[in-house]
Design a protein around this ligand. Structure first.
Ligand SMILES: C[S@@+](CC[C@H](N)C(=O)[O-])C[C@H]1O[C@@H](n2cnc3c(N)ncnc32)[C@H](O)[C@@H]1O
Length: 354
């Protein structure tokens, strides 16, 4: 006897196939997109994605041997990455799909920063959830609490902001062309993995650079990358503090990219330091997210992320700034301020000329 037929609902206007997805279905879909990014992060962090970049098929055990990882975890990762379309499978061996390839860090427009962000966002959310009860603001140590995320900060920021710098900010802010003509010394305070100075040095053969950052991992990456790009004869990186560094000569340009809000509590001191270390005619170039004056502007999809990040900044003892606040401090320190806006006004570059 054949089994009874399942009682299938008839397709109608309201059947799942034809009706608009419910809010819950939309969110489940969004959650799956995040899970895909998180799986990509596991693959990137363990070199699994990079090991498959050549395009060949690998069995999980072979992939584990190649990357010096555990074959049990790699098998489960391959299955999950296959489920999310990051890998293709044939006969128990796996290869990168186009979706998986899009996460390769060197790929133009790489999705890698989103994979890192999906985890960093989770970490900062958990910390904010705990700390909202106590009001404690532990500072930047929170960023270093997840050993797996720390090495990805530099690459994430470089991939997020490097193209924007090259395509819009470099050609849009005249100070760079002047620095190119004059040469001299460019200093990057809070330089991260040094991507900004490397991009300047590639374009400007007469420029030398010094990058300073408080995180040793960033400086190690910056030195290695400068060496790989054969820029290390012109670029130096030092682990150090924005408040206490010294320069071999007055600087032609001092940049701070997403670093000023980290030291805003002591703003008078910071702007005095900038003014004191610049040559006459030199410029401080401050790049920050542009915190909107009107709360309603935060509803714009392009600005929402800034609001979440500002909550994460609160944990670190920081907050985002408006151009007027920065200009005011520049003028107080004797620098002539000029504001440039980019990306629909989401990014501000404030130049202060000595
Ligand atoms: C958001 S990250 C930006 C990094 C880099 N400028 C970029 O655009 O990729 C801020 C950086 O400022 C550095 N920083 C914050 N306060 C600092 C201080 N007092 N001295 C040195 N570095 C500092 C942090 O270590 C971090 O690398």
């Amino acid at each position: 006897m054949s089994p009874p037929k399942p009682n299938l609902p008839e397709l109608s206007e309201s059947s799942p196939e034809t009706r608009a997805p419910s809010r819950k279905e939309q969110l489940m879909h969004a959650l799956q997109e995040v899970q895909g990014m998180q799986l990509a992060f596991i693959g990137l962090h363990n070199g699994l994605v990079q090991a498959l970049a050549g395009g060949g098929m690998e069995e999980p055990a072979a992939l584990a041997r190649k990357t010096n990882t555990d074959k049990g975890y790699v098998l489960r990762w391959c299955e999950a990455a296959y489920a999310f379309g990051l890998l293709e499978e044939e006969g128990g061996a796996f290869m990168l799909s186009d979706e998986g390839r899009a996460y390769l860090p060197d790929q133009p427009g790489t999705l890698m920063p989103l994979a890192v962000h999906s985890l960093l966002g989770g970490h900062m959310t958990l910390r904010a959830a705990e700390l909202t009860r106590t009001g404690e603001r532990p500072g930047e140590v929170v960023l270093g609490e997840q050993a797996a995320i720390l090495p990805w900060f530099g690459p994430m920021l470089a991939a997020n902001f490097g193209p924007l710098f090259e395509q819009h900010i470099l050609p849009g802010v005249p100070v760079f062309e002047q620095a190119d003509r004059k040469g001299g010394l460019a200093v990057d305070l809070g330089c991260g993995n040094g991507w900004y100075l490397r991009k300047l040095a590639q374009r400007m053969p007469g420029l030398r650079g010094l990058g300073i950052d408080g995180i040793g991992e960033n400086i190690r990456q910056a030195e290695k990358l400068a060496q790989e790009e054969k820029l290390d004869h012109r670029l130096t990186f030092q682990e150090g503090d924005i408040y206490t560094f010294s320069l071999p000569e007055p600087a032609d340009l001092i940049a701070m990219n997403r670093a000023l809000h980290h030291v805003w509590d002591d703003k008078e001191r910071v702007f005095k330091i900038l003014a004191d270390h610049l040559k006459p005619g030199g410029a401080a170039v401050i790049w920050e997210p542009n915190w909107p004056v009107e709360l309603a502007a935060l509803r714009q999809p392009g600005k929402r992320g800034m609001a979440v990040q500002n909550l994460a900044e609160h944990i670190q003892g920081n907050h985002f700034l408006q151009p007027d606040e920065i200009c005011q401090q520049m003028e107080k320190a004797g620098l002539k301020a000029h504001v440039f806006l980019f990306m629909n006004g989401n990014e501000q570059v404030v130049v202060g000329r000595k």
